[in-house]
Design a protein. Structure first.
Lengths: 489, 365, 373
């Protein structure tokens, strides 16, 4: 509903005051401009007062000739004749200039920019490679991405979601690589969001992902611009949101969660080895406790003679069946982990000691839990922490619980059915038209070059096929100096 | 789905589909049966059986080729008329369900024998069927994806069997024709049944992309690989176990592995059995899929998903009933006759019939 | 959402209904480490079971618990033994099975059947025959500081490496027990005071114990079977030089490589003859006379050793024939390559085997002399 700006300053002022419910941080200052009474209105919490001084008040006081928009030096100035839009402009950090007898209000962009400096993301450290990270500022984040891809094909689209909170989002993609169907689908899903407030990118992820009931994360969160850029160049899209340092990357496959920029910064043999270690630890992170339960509870004959006596001597005094033991320890572990995150880092060390010494040692001494169980749980925890993404790390540990139950009911057979179930689930999962477990299911041999291992960069002639990029080929003869005539084979 | 994946599978996936449907419970008992029937020549019988299956595959292919966009259930009425076609379709569904039930009950029996002696049969059946339902209610491509991956377990099984050659004694094979060629041929007949599963062609043929020649090639390569795998396993067991012991061991493959031990793990048979679960589950899923496609065609306007649950329930009941060995024998006998009827005789008749009446469904489309 | 509810309810119900039917906790198991079977009066069976118990604290060492039970069958005795111990008797890590001489002279298959039938049993357990009663050896409890069953297990393993006894486990003799085409041999344990000696082989025919070979013959028997272990050595008297005495008169050599060629020939009159050609390359381990730089000397030694070894082989084969032990699998060869002959001879194979003519020939070739001449 449009309300005209009244010629009376007083009326306008009252209207704005009422619309903002006399909020205490609403400030105004009277001015004189060409003998007209004027009023500068702003929210002191959001506006940069120095800029108001420099860009509005100083030019006005110099009393030059010309209209207001010529005099005011600020980049961003608009004329508004609708009074009802002014409160919204104010809460976005603008300053409103009203003049006696003028039917237009001037909205000047003087929003304060309080942002932290660019620093390396804490959760995604790398040994080698860029050490900058996204921060809680959309424009800066866009800058970080654009700076890495200086290419007109990089497109950013703004969205506003949350009817009350009005969170700003930016959808980034490479026009020449990203599949238009994918962009269209993401666009329509983002547009369809109806919600009061979307506090974090986690909300967005949950609102647009395909299978919300799956335990696996289907959207990759990252705070690293280089990671986001690498995925953009594979034809995926990235969603950045204001006031949050995480970028959402989609569609991703399972294996993306186990890759880090480090893989590409180290030599390819090292990178491949580390990647294999990571994937192996994904398996151990949910399988080891279940296997232990199955072996100790169902098929002890699997163990070789010497080992069986070592294990037996330790578990003989434990009063619980292995499943109880395992649940006890796993839950303790989760509690410790959670406590470690919540506590300030200085106190956090105490948790390490309490966890390590008290739980590890005393529980065994007391005969509540056996040594092998402690080892198993420790192994599980460590191997789950190897995952470069926190989402998948937690998911893999949770996955262990149903498997443990199956192991306690059917032994090895139960575990196998559990794994089969898991495999079927991974087969079924699709995220934005991409099979989640690609390139293994469906099998695409060429993409396996950069899945379990990382082949040398110069042999990766094609982009991964899973996001269905517009152009598949990404390089040819990268080591051109080896051939006299790189044009012919 | 956003990028509508065409509801088709590639020829490679088709090949693995055939492979996974064919490998089932038979692999464990086959060496035993072959030895009983053909002595040292058992492996030849397996090869011969493979050839026979190849011929049957060509027949089925010839039939499917005439109806490139119809499944078994939709082309039957076109050949025989609506009523008879539907009745035959139901009979095929019955055959598929019984096959699934028999495989399932053999599976439960072997697991009950080798690993979980005290676990009640229903629990095992339920566990298997729940997993199968979870898979079968998905579209064909998803099933095909899983089949491709689980085929890799076959490679592991071959590798495990290779360890057996440490105790191999090739003289056990001789004289190869001890049982006589007559018996070897007869044994080939016996070896046909562990190889069943290629019938899946009848149902999924229209969903495979590409030309009919390529489809035949895919099915044939799949069959060939499986026949080679079976022959390899039969051969391995024939050189490891002397003819005198074979009659005493009904699952020679497992028995062979039971004796092995590695540094960190013993009872390799358990490992093998665990992998075998993948193979059997996929075989059951394949049969269940065939049946539910049929049921879906007749009762749910082509949505096989809705039929999966009660199809699985029927399979469950069938498998539960067969706890008594005499009933499983009965199933076995019914299956053997119906196998010839449904997979050899009827398709041949249909083929001739459709050939004579020149009923080319491609033209009507 | 509705579907999720149904699925989760079904799962919960399933879980509640389920039990841990097959649970077999390691914690509740008393593990059998070794077992011995003997003939008891009245045709009954005496089973001696060695359980290895673990110490409650880390300082103590493990101890053996030995249980005796008399019953009609192995399973029967085991159930009776189970009645005498707390928790559950479990045999899946059984390492050794000893069979007393007297019992072995009867059919041994009925004793072993129970092991073959159970999917959990340890088929890689060693099996051996004892001189006298098995229970006497197991009752030693400890040899030196090592527990008896462990000692026997380790001893057997080490002697297998030196080609003193065959590598036999429950699994590997199973084919031979049932198969008419081959007879098997087992290690033969002798109690020497407070220790156990393993260097000889017990021969079997048709599942029955029929004789024992001396240590040298045992090694020879294994070489004839082409089952050489890692280390195989003989000490041979050099009787050609009669003027020397004491340790100067001996040579010890180790076989590095043994190549066997066996051929089974059938004459028209059904006479079966077997030629066995063994080619050994050997290294001299001990030869105090220090004269190995002379080629002639070596040739002489080669000739001498070849003859001595051929004699030993003949003696061994003769003993085996006396015991009717077809350890070389001659019957298997007949079955595979001369099926008609086998058909005629199989009825009475035991005595027909004794008529087989063996022609062993061993060629010794010294190739290594160590680091001095």
């Amino acid at each position: 509903m449009k309300i005209d700006v009244s010629p009376s300053l007083q009326e306008n002022k009252e209207y704005i005051q009422n619309q903002l419910f006399h909020s205490s941080d609403l400030k105004w200052r009277s001015i004189q401009f060409h003998q007209l009474e004027g009023l500068i209105v702003f929210l002191e919490s959001l506006s940069d007062q120095q800029r108001i001084q420099k860009e509005i008040i100083q030019p006005l006081e110099e009393n030059k000739e010309g209209t207001l928009d010529k005099i005011i030096t600020s980049v961003n100035i608009t004329r508004k004749s609708d009074l009802s839009q002014l409160p919204q402009a104010l809460v976005q950090g603008n300053c409103v200039l009203l003049l006696e007898g003028t039917a237009d209000a001037f909205v000047v962009g003087v929003a304060a920019d309080y942002k932290r400096s660019i620093s390396e993301p804490v959760n995604e450290g790398v040994i080698r490679g860029a050490h900058d990270g996204f921060i809680e500022h959309l424009i800066t984040n866009l800058y970080l991405v654009r700076k890495r891809i200086e290419n007109p094909n990089l497109v950013a689209r703004y969205y506003q979601v949350g009817t009350e909170s009005k969170t700003k989002l930016a959808l980034l993609f490479m026009q020449n690589l990203a599949n238009p169907d994918l962009v269209k689908e993401v666009d329509s899903r983002l547009r369809s969001i109806v919600m009061d407030n979307t506090l974090s990118p986690g909300f967005i992820a949950e609102l647009i992902e395909d299978k919300p009931f799956s335990i696996f994360p289907q959207i990759l969160f990252t705070e690293r611009p280089d990671r986001a850029v690498a995925h953009l160049m594979e034809g995926r899209v990235v969603i950045l949101s204001d006031e949050d340092p995480s970028a959402l990357i989609l569609p991703v496959t399972f294996f993306a969660f186990y890759q880090t920029p480090d893989d590409y910064h180290s030599r390819w043999i090292v990178g491949s080895f580390l990647r294999l270690i990571r994937l192996f630890s994904f398996i151990t992170s949910f399988l080891v406790p279940a296997l232990y339960i199955a072996v100790v509870g169902f098929h002890p004959e699997i163990l070789p003679t010497d080992l069986i006596y070592t294990v037996k001597s330790s578990i003989d005094r434990v009063p619980f069946p292995p499943i109880v033991e395992a649940f006890l320890m796993q839950i303790t572990l989760e509690v410790l982990r959670e406590a470690g995150i919540r506590l300030p880092s200085r106190v956090g060390q105490t948790i390490g000691i309490v966890g390590g010494l008290v739980i590890g040692e005393s529980v065994v001494r007391a005969g509540l839990v056996s040594y092998p169980m402690v080892i198993v749980v420790a192994l599980t925890a460590i191997s789950s922490f190897v995952a470069p993404s926190n989402e998948i790390s937690t998911a893999s540990r949770i996955l262990g619980f149903p498997l443990m139950i199956l192991a306690a009911m059917f032994g090895l057979i139960g575990i196998m059915f559990g794994l089969l179930f898991l495999l079927i689930h991974l087969c079924k999962l699709e995220s934005f038209g991409t099979a989640y477990f690609a390139p293994v299911m469906p099998l695409r041999i060429k993409d396996l070059k950069d899945t379990f291992v990382r082949f040398p960069i110069w042999s990766l002639n094609q982009r991964p096929h899973d996001p269905h990029p517009k152009s598949v080929s990404q390089e040819r003869y990268s080591r051109g100096w080896e051939h006299d005539d790189p044009g012919t084979e | 789905m956003m990028i509508p994946e065409q509801s088709r599978i590639t020829q490679g996936q088709f090949m693995f589909f055939v492979i996974q449907s064919q490998v089932g419970v038979g692999i464990l008992t086959l060496p035993h049966k072959m030895q009983a029937a053909a002595k040292g020549g058992g492996w030849i019988s397996t090869l011969i059986a493979g050839l026979i299956v190849q011929v049957i595959i060509v027949i089925l292919w010839g039939l499917c080729r005439r109806f490139p966009s119809d499944t078994l259930f939709s082309f039957l009425p076109k050949i025989t008329g609506k009523l008879l076609g539907s009745l035959l379709g139901l009979a095929y569904i019955g055959y598929f369900l019984l096959s699934a039930g028999t495989i399932l009950s053999f599976f439960a029996e072997i697991v009950g024998k080798w690993v979980l002696q005290a676990t009640p049969r229903w629990a095992l059946l339920l566990l298997t069927l729940l997993t199968c339902i979870y898979l079968v209610k998905e579209p064909l491509q998803v099933i095909a994806r899983l089949f491709v991956i689980s085929s890799f377990t076959i490679i592991v099984m071959v590798l495990l069997s290779l360890f057996g050659y440490a105790n191999a004694n090739f003289t056990y094979l001789f004289p190869i024709t001890d049982a006589g060629w007559g018996n070897i041929i007869k044994a080939a007949n016996e070896a046909l049944f562990p190889l069943v599963g290629y019938e899946v062609m009848l149902v999924i043929y229209p969903f495979v992309e590409g030309k009919s020649g390529g489809k035949l090639k895919a099915a044939s390569v799949g069959n060939m690989l499986i026949v080679l795998f079976y022959t390899f396993e039969v051969f391995t067991n024939l050189v490891i176990f002397s003819p005198a012991i074979m009659p005493a061991i009904s699952e020679p493959l497992l028995y062979m592995l039971k004796g092995f031990s590695f540094q960190i793990i013993q009872r390799i048979d358990l490992l093998f059995l665990s992998l075998w679960i993948f193979i059997v589950s996929t075989a059951i899923a394949s049969w269940l899929y065939m049946a539910s496609v049929g049921l879906g065609h007749f009762f749910h306007r082509g949505e096989h998903k809705k039929a999966v649950f009660y199809a699985a329930f029927i399979v469950f009941i069938l498998a539960l009933l067969s706890e008594d060995p005499s009933i499983i024998d009965l199933y076995d006998r019914i299956l053997k006759t119906s196998h010839y009827l449904f997979v050899v005789v009827l398709p041949l008749i249909f083929l001739l019939f459709s050939y004579l009446s020149k009923k080319r469904s491609a033209l009507t489309r | 959402m509705k579907r999720m509810c149904i699925t989760s309810t079904a799962l919960v119900v399933f879980l509640l209904m389920a039990g841990c039917w097959d649970q077999d906790l390691l914690r509740n198991a008393r593990l059998i480490y070794g077992a011995g079977f003997d003939l008891a009066p009245n045709g009954k069976l005496l089973t001696t079971i060695v359980i290895r118990d673990l110490p409650q604290s880390e300082q103590q060492s493990p101890a053996n618990d030995i249980i005796y039970a008399v019953g009609n069958t192995p399973r029967d005795t085991r159930d009776k033994a189970d009645n005498q111990v707390s928790r559950l008797l479990r045999s899946y890590r059984n390492r050794v099975i000893l069979i007393g001489e007297e019992l072995a002279k009867q059919d041994i298959y009925p004793i072993l059947d129970v092991f073959y039938r159970d999917p959990k049993s340890a088929l890689n357990a060693k099996i051996a025959v004892t001189q006298g009663k098995a229970t006497d050896i197991l009752s030693l409890k400890k040899v030196g500081n090592v527990l008896i069953a462990e000692e026997i297990d380790e001893l057997i393993k080490s002697k297998e490496k030196t080609t003193s006894i065959p590598k036999v486990t429950l699994e590997t003799i199973y084919p031979a027990i049932i198969d008419p085409g081959e007879d098997f041999v087992l290690p033969y344990l002798v109690r020497k005071g407070k220790r156990v000696d393993i260097s000889r082989i017990a021969m079997f025919h048709d599942q029955r114990f029929t004789g024992v070979l001396s240590p040298d013959e045992s090694t020879m028997c294994l070489l004839l079977q082409a089952r050489m272990g890692k280390i195989t050595s003989f000490t041979q008297k050099l009787s050609a030089q009669k003027d020397h005495k004491g340790s100067h008169d001996y040579i010890t050599f180790q076989i590095n490589k043994s190549k066997r060629k066996m051929e089974v020939l059938v004459q028209p009159d059904d006479q079966i003859s077997v030629t066995l050609d063994l080619k050994w390359t050997v290294g001299v381990e001990e030869y105090p006379k220090d004269q190995l730089n002379d080629k002639k000397m070596i040739a002489q030694l080669n000739q001498h050793l070849s003859k001595a070894m051929t004699d030993l082989a003949k003696k061994t084969l003769q003993k085996m024939q006396e015991a009717r032990c077809d350890g070389l699998g001659i019957a298997r060869q007949l079955m595979a390559f001369h099926p008609e002959i086998w058909k005629r001879q199989k009825e009475n194979w035991g005595s027909n085997y004794q008529k087989v003519h063996f022609a062993p020939q061993i060629h010794v070739d010294i190739t290594k002399k160590g680091i001095i001449n």
